[in-house]
Design a protein around this ligand. Structure first.
Ligand SMILES: C[S@@+](CC[C@H](N)C(=O)[O-])C[C@H]1O[C@@H](n2cnc3c(N)ncnc32)[C@H](O)[C@@H]1O
Length: 318
């Protein structure tokens, strides 16, 4: 580990996987929280998803960030600390690290500990003077971060990962994030827009089957962490755009009637029954700006690609 990477574990002691998984599987409509996709294997599979031709999200957001990097840096102005939620491989941060003015510190925050530390270490090779504080934590809960209040901060939340929250949770999350900031601090966030269902359906059902493996990996993660007995061959990946809710849904459908044990509790599955594993809400530019305004932010600017497939919003704390 290089000298300038410090790591903070806020997750290992406080996490609630046992209770949250059992409670989700006990519902009439079984659910699992999307954050449980991400063990080391889940993070690696997500990286592979981002390179699939159907998954337009990553390449479009990278294009927007790269094409507008000067405008983004000028709009943000001098900034001391850049905080990134759900940083994963820290790939998207690079155009910002190269262009932001007077940046001294970077704080990636992710639930997937080994992957986070590995990515922070790799990043430090390219940015040897940057002070990197890698925080393993769950951003769906309040976090007390090791930051200095008075210095200007910007939060970066790419990947449209906020879409994994229901609109009420997204509102609460924005409002909690706002409390971490001072007036004049900012929030740069990537949001996937509403579009033809066929484009969305393809993006979440790649031909190579990587998204299917990623979805199934949540069961493997539960098997390893909670002594589960899921047989992955008896579940199949299902993903579709639910127009009425404006979200892509991912499910795992049981191929047969079966019993599965998790942490000594037994769950029965009917053939065709699903576990709802993820929502990815899509927002028009206007809808997202309304949500931001209602939760403590003033929209400053928004960049999109020529198809308007993806948007990157810069918001300031009001
Ligand atoms: C959809 S991926 C996006 C990764 C990367 N930011 C990108 O845009 O390609 C979501 C990332 O957020 C992390 N993550 C998901 N839920 C989380 C939570 N509740 N707290 C912290 N990190 C979380 C995952 O480990 C993963 O790295």
């Amino acid at each position: 580990m290089s000298q300038q990477v410090k790591s903070y574990d806020m997750y290992t002691k406080q996490h609630n996987m046992h209770q949250e998984v059992l409670s989700g599987l006990s519902q009439d409509k079984k659910t699992l929280q999307a954050k449980y996709f991400y063990d080391q294997r889940g993070s690696e599979l997500f990286e592979q998803i981002t390179r699939q031709p159907e998954y337009y999200l990553t390449r479009t957001e990278l294009e927007i960030l790269s094409q507008h990097q000067v405008a983004i840096a000028d709009c943000i102005g001098p900034v001391h600390t850049l905080i990134e939620y759900g940083s994963g491989s820290s790939r998207k941060i690079k155009s910002l690290l190269s262009s932001l003015h007077q940046l001294e510190a970077y704080m990636p925050i992710d639930i997937s500990k080994e992957f986070l530390i590995q990515s922070a270490h790799q990043l430090s090779q390219d940015y040897p003077t940057l002070d990197i504080k890698a925080v393993c934590g769950d951003y769906s809960t309040p976090l007390v971060l090791p930051i200095e209040d008075k210095l200007k901060k910007v939060i970066f939340f790419p990947g449209s990962t906020i879409g994994n929250f229901d609109p009420d949770e997204a509102a609460a999350f924005l409002s909690r994030s706002c409390q971490l900031l001072e007036k004049g601090d900012g929030f740069l966030i990537g949001i996937d827009t509403k579009k033809a269902a066929s484009v969305l359906d393809e993006a979440y059902n790649d031909q190579a089957g990587v998204t299917a493996q990623f979805n199934l990996n949540i069961l493997q993660h539960i098997n390893e962490s909670l002594e589960g007995t899921f047989d992955l061959t008896w579940f199949e990946h299902v993903a579709f755009y639910n127009e009425a809710h404006g979200r892509v849904e991912m499910h795992l459908r049981s191929r047969i009637d079966q019993l599965v044990t998790v942490a000594d509790q037994t769950f029965s599955f009917k053939q065709g029954e699903t576990i709802h594993t993820e929502n990815s809400y899509k927002y028009s530019v206007d809808d997202f700006q309304v949500l931001a305004r209602q939760n403590g932010f003033t929209p400053v600017t928004c960049f999109t690609d020529r198809n308007q497939y993806f948007s990157v919003h810069y918001l300031e704390k009001t």
